[in-house]
Design a protein around this ligand. Structure first.
Ligand code: SF4
Length: 249
């Protein structure tokens, strides 16, 4: 599979993000899904994809702990694009059991507890979504954090055993915002309040000028632990879809 990914990266090297998305839509069609966390990068991808293919499958994981501002982006995007997202929720019993036994905010108490919460609220639902696809698209960028520095436009997702595509891998923060302003893309109001990266409300804070872009995510943990379990990063984190511990974001 490494050879196939190397070939894709060679093919995608000179392509713009839009050209890459057009190519993967042609290659994978309805077997392609786009992940959206409603952050700035994912809004760029959403705008590009829906202009290329209005019926594209774009999915959202509603963890049950999102900001109201994030829900507002969902509604604004549905209105602007006339598009319906696929919105996935965690397994009810898993979350009920977890919070009944450990409380509502146990994720602050240890990395294991935080990963457990991310697993039930994000990883298990995304495993369900990706089980229906052959490839998925993310808005990840290499310069977002120390855990993403070697990110490539095409990767083999070991955890899900499928192709993962990152059309914005080589984009800068400035590129993202220039596209948003030029194309009048709906964005989360929290970005203007110092939140460059937005996840669940209790696990996201605003950052200070000069801080790492993902410093506001799980800020009580060290930088190399800050992945929520949705992605294999640098090939370090591997988990089969039915396993519970460890992570891949
Ligand atoms: S980001 Fe926080 S609240 Fe959201 S799933 Fe992970 S630990 Fe739970």
């Amino acid at each position: 599979m490494k050879e196939k990914v190397d070939l894709l990266n060679k093919d995608y090297e000179s392509k713009t993000a839009q050209e890459l998305l057009a190519a993967v839509l042609a290659d994978f069609g309805k077997h392609l899904v786009v992940a959206s966390s409603l952050g700035a990068e994912d809004q760029v991808i959403t705008d590009m994809v829906l202009k290329l293919y209005p019926k594209a499958r774009i999915f959202i994981l509603d963890t049950g702990r999102l900001h109201q501002e994030t829900y507002a982006v969902i509604d604004a995007s549905m209105k602007k694009y006339g598009h319906n997202y696929e919105i996935y929720f965690p397994d009810t019993k898993s979350v009920q059991d977890m919070v009944s036994q450990k409380g509502m905010n146990h994720f602050y108490t240890s990395v294991d507890n935080r990963k457990e919460c991310c697993f039930f609220r994000k990883v298990e639902p995304i495993n369900r979504v990706l089980g229906s696809a052959d490839a998925w698209v993310t808005g990840l960028r290499a310069t977002q954090s120390v855990t993403r520095t070697t990110l490539q436009k095409a990767e083999w997702d070991l955890g899900h055993e499928m192709i993962k595509l990152n059309p914005l891998a080589d984009w800068s923060d400035e590129d993202v915002w220039a596209y948003i302003h030029k194309n009048d893309v709906p964005v989360n109001a929290l970005h203007e309040q110092g939140y460059p990266s937005i996840g669940c409300a209790p696990c996201t804070r605003a950052i200070e000028p000069g801080e790492d872009l993902r410093a506001g995510r799980w800020w009580w943990e060290s930088a190399d632990q800050k992945e929520c379990g949705l992605h294999v990063v640098d090939g370090k984190l591997v988990r089969k879809s039915n396993e519970k511990k460890e992570s891949f974001d």
